[in-house]
Unconditional design. Structure first.
Length: 442
């Protein structure tokens, strides 16, 4: 604990501290374990003093009764003994009252440190607590505080949070988000990778800052989404007003509804918002082996075979059961172009790949509403007989209507939605899945 903190704490307990000193004391109690230990020690001393005085009082009372029964002249002795006890008891009671107020402040500060609550979670995810907790479930109802980190670890995972001012926040698959603090009348979060959608509540009033590796996004009551990696960030504001700041040169820019900013490390052009581009309806895996890959090990083509990506393993938690092992390849959409890909009724997904053993393959994708919030995931299964012989290269064409919604309460069909990622996986069995190419056709 910092030098002089004990005297500062006693000033707060005596009610002599200013409002600024009390607020600083709350921060000290929250962040400094030694300060909390010192407060507990004071409380224990106060309780011990009260117990001692109560015991002394009982002994004095018994002695006085004995004296009074033998002589009526013992009354002055009774008064002489009572006065010191009374003064000590009052002092102990006063200290207990002050400590009760202090503990009440501590509980209030503790409540204020609960920054968000998990309202929905599915897929492979984990919770890294500020106090050393590790939870692979992260179930609805969990309350999050400063220092907690959420990670979604699979392509079909997503977590929904409700911030303390009612703002809704959805974290997509393969994302990492850490809650930093709730000081200065706002909330700060650090997003190192992934997708994030923010929708303000009706009473949203706090300043929200999302820090990515390349930008800081700030908003008070805007609906916006963020796509981030270690080297670039895309911010799109759909309703309201936001702003971004670039740390290395101090550049700042504002975004209005329908605008976006795309920034990458090494770019030296001025930070400036631009209109969100019109959507496209066609996409394919880029020739750059790493630009769009979320999950998958790249391999070069050999003996005339095309290059591709081998599936990587990941654990998918299932409530009340052992986790399921998946083997998946996943791509971010739209990739480096940063142009939204809109699905239409006639769209279809094409995958070219290979499985070394006969196994069912699940194909899926994630969506958001055009210039809006997260809209859920859609999947379909392809049986081994549709893929042909073991080890042979196959090509499957999947019309959009074949995909079923995993969250129909968000969107019952994908028509008109924007695709944000797509994936292929096998369940429980490593069938040697590899994807050479993926494509979305209008």
């Amino acid at each position: 604990m910092k030098p002089g903190a004990e005297e500062w704490m006693l000033r707060c307990l005596d009610g002599k501290a200013t409002v600024q000193e009390r607020e600083a004391w709350e921060a000290l109690l929250r962040d400094d374990p030694e300060a909390r230990a010192y407060l507990r020690e004071l409380a224990e001393q106060a309780v011990l003093l009260a117990d001692l005085e109560r015991t002394t009082s009982e002994n004095f009372s018994r002695a006085d009764l004995g004296v009074l029964s033998s002589s009526s002249t013992a009354q002055p002795r009774h008064k002489a003994r009572w006065a010191p006890w009374a003064r000590g008891a009052v002092a102990a009671a006063a200290l207990l009252a002050l400590l009760a107020v202090a503990l009440s402040w501590l509980r209030t500060t503790e409540a204020r440190s609960k920054l968000a609550r998990v309202t929905h979670a599915t897929g492979s995810r984990q919770f890294l607590g500020s106090r050393g907790e590790l939870d692979y479930g992260l179930n609805p109802g969990v309350k999050l505080r400063a220092g907690d980190t959420i990670e979604t670890r699979s392509c079909d995972a997503w977590v929904e949070l409700e911030l303390r001012d009612g703002t809704k926040m959805t974290i997509g698959g393969h994302s990492s988000l850490r809650l930093l603090d709730g000081l200065d009348g706002g909330l700060r979060l650090k997003m190192t990778r992934g997708n994030l959608w923010v929708s303000p509540g009706k009473a949203a009033s706090e300043n929200l800052v999302i820090q990515t590796p390349t930008l800081a996004v700030q908003s008070r009551a805007a609906q916006f989404d963020v796509q981030a990696s270690g080297i670039e960030t895309l911010v799109r504001v759909n309703e309201g007003v936001g702003s971004v700041a670039r740390g290395w040169d101090g550049g700042v820019a504002k975004l209005g509804a329908g605008q976006q900013i795309h920034n990458a490390l090494g770019r030296k052009d001025p930070l400036q918002a631009s209109p969100q581009p019109a959507p496209v309806h066609r996409w394919e895996t880029p020739s750059d082996r790493n630009s769009a890959v979320i999950l998958g090990r790249w391999f070069p083509g050999e003996a005339g075979e095309a290059m591709g990506w081998d599936a990587e393993p990941l654990l998918w938690p299932v409530p009340d059961r052992e986790p399921v092992l998946l083997f998946a390849v996943s791509f971010v959409v739209p990739g480096a172009g940063k142009v939204p890909l809109q699905l239409r009724a006639g769209s279809k997904l094409v995958f070219e790949g290979r499985t070394d053993r006969k196994e069912r393959v699940r194909f899926g994708f994630s969506t958001q509403k055009m210039r809006g919030v997260y809209a859920g995931k859609f999947e379909t299964d392809v049986q081994p007989e549709e893929l042909g012989a073991e080890g042979a290269v196959w090509r499957v064409e999947l019309p959009l209507e074949r995909f079923r919604p995993l969250q129909p309460q968000l969107s019952s069909k994908p028509d008109g939605l924007e695709m944000t990622d797509l994936y292929a996986l096998t369940i429980r069995e490593n069938a040697g899945l590899a994807i050479f190419r993926a494509e979305v056709l209008p």
